[in-house]
Design a protein around this ligand. Structure first.
Ligand code: UGA
Length: 450
């Protein structure tokens, strides 16, 4: 089946790249000519492990192409994945204007039957609106549209793995035939019949993923429900961390034991400076607004939001307690991305930390393995260093804001010797507290007794 992917952002590139890599013929389109030029030149605008390899291979083998020609891409594709952005509006609701625009172009340009798949994260009932827009604007008798919701559960940093080895594929449909076509698209993944670009022929054993067919509304709800629940879990762990600090206890010990209960599970219980990124915060907000509009009290999620907002302030309060006055102090910052293995700094805790520290008159030296240029564009006055050691040199305090593996294995003795004051504030509980103390650091982390 010929597949068109509209939007060459993060979700679009992973979707297009992975579908091409498992054997489909894919055309990806974007309104941004600079992005298309870059992709045509063989460059990938985002850092995501394995993505460049799979796109390069698929391009070489003629299975993926990039274009700015939206009408042609629509006419050629039998299945059209909508992967455009749904950024938050001022009031926290999702901005659906890009989806609306695309829907109108699909409606007017289509000349035959189309499976229109919403992959972008959208609030429940968007599928209904999409269907209506396609009907209202689609005047050609031969163009018949079937709308499908197919949310993505990709995590940045492991998105290719998540796409080709998913734990489930959720598909919301109105007609059975649409479900059949989706099964066809995902057949290589459902039957694990593809050359795996990650495991080189020896994928870990395990049952093939299940495709869950639901109504469109349920499918849309599943996406927001998952991300909001994950956010809730993190905020829960963060409040536990506060309790541990106040009353004695180690949040790592507590959450480890909690996670062994299969009803709770070990994931997303890591306490720290809070969740960031372009998904969890915005989806949580959008879900809260959606519930509000529907007249449902979801205070539970509001609290998760509030707890998360306060993480940075609490972290900086600790720093203030240790440094007394921040003005004129030199602070080193390790990690700029919202989590490790990505170059994404959107809604990253580090960005808020920088904003506040600069406002208080501290001088900052920062290092990140992937996001230096992106951060420089936002905060040009920060001194970006060539490595972690340089960020630490001469500092009154060193903050860890992202759990990059390379920070764990630094020569911490060297770091200590180069600092003006060996104070480390570990916002991700990345390091071993006992070892850091033994090395002579004044070491603070989250929810641990140190
Ligand atoms: C999230 C979801 O995990 C994906 O399933 C979903 O598909 C994606 O959003 C999306 O909607 O597109 P992602 O934004 O890549 O994925 O990041 P996460 O791995 O969820 O991490 C989010 C934030 O939570 C990070 O800042 C991370 O450091 C933080 N986090 C995560 C914690 O503070 N504690 C944890 O235990 C886990």
């Amino acid at each position: 089946m010929r597949i068109s992917v509209i939007g060459c952002g993060y979700v679009g590139l992973v979707t297009g790249g992975c579908l091409a890599s498992v054997g489909h013929q894919v055309t990806c389109v974007d309104v941004d000519p600079a992005k298309i030029r870059m992709l045509e030149a063989g460059k990938i605008p985002i850092y995501e492990p394995h993505l460049e390899e799979i796109i390069t291979t698929s391009r070489r083998e003629g299975r993926i192409s990039f274009t700015g020609d939206l009408p042609r891409t629509i006419r050629e594709g039998e299945a059209i994945f909508i992967c455009v952005g749904t950024p938050p509006l001022e009031n926290g609701e999702a901005d659906l204007s890009a989806i609306d625009n695309v829907a109108r172009v699909i409606a007017t340009e289509a000349r035959g039957p189309k499976l229109v798949i919403e992959k972008s994260t959208v609030p429940v009932q968007t599928g209904q609106q999409l269907k209506r827009a396609l009907e209202v604007y689609g005047k050609k008798a031969e163009a018949k549209f079937q709308v499908v919701s197919n949310p993505e559960f990709l995590r940045e940093g492991t998105a290719v793995l998540d796409f080709i080895h998913p734990d489930r594929i959720v598909v919301g449909v109105e007609e059975e035939s649409a479900g059949k076509q989706m099964r066809e698209i995902y057949r290589p993944i459902l039957e694990k019949k593809f050359v795996c670009p990650i495991h080189a022929g020896s994928c870990p054993p395990g049952a093939p993923p299940e495709m869950i067919i639901t109504t469109i509304n349920s499918s849309e709800l599943i996406k927001h429900a998952c991300n909001s629940f994950l956010a809730l879990k993190i905020s829960y762990a963060n409040v536990l961390a506060d309790l541990c600090e106040r009353l004695g206890g180690d949040v790592e010990e507590v959450t480890r034991a909690m996670g062994m209960d299969p009803r709770i599970g070990p994931y997303f219980l890591k306490a720290g400076i809070g969740f960031g990124g372009f998904c969890l915060p915005k989806d949580l907000q959008a879900f809260v607004r959606l519930a509000e509009r529907a007249g449902i009290d979801f205070t539970l999620l509001r609290e998760a939001e509030r707890v998360n907002r306060e993480r940075i302030e609490q972290f900086l309060a600790k720093l203030r307690r240790a440094l007394w006055v921040l003005k004129g102090k030199q602070v080193g910052l390790l990690g700029l991305t919202f989590k490790a293995n990505t170059d994404d700094i959107r809604f990253a805790p580090s960005m808020e930390i920088i904003r506040r520290l600069l406002a208080e008159g501290a001088s900052l030296r920062a290092y990140d393995p992937q996001a230096m240029e992106k951060a420089r564009a936002v905060y040009p006055t920060v001194n970006y260093t060539v490595d972690a050691y340089e960020a630490a040199a001469g500092a009154d305090a060193l903050l860890i804001a992202t759990e990059w593996e390379e920070f764990r294995s630094l020569n911490w003795q060297r770091v200590r010797d180069s600092m003006l004051r060996p104070l480390v504030m570990d916002g991700r509980n990345l390091l071993d507290a006992a070892k850091m103390t033994a090395l002579g650091f004044e070491y603070h982390s989250i929810g641990r007794q140190n």
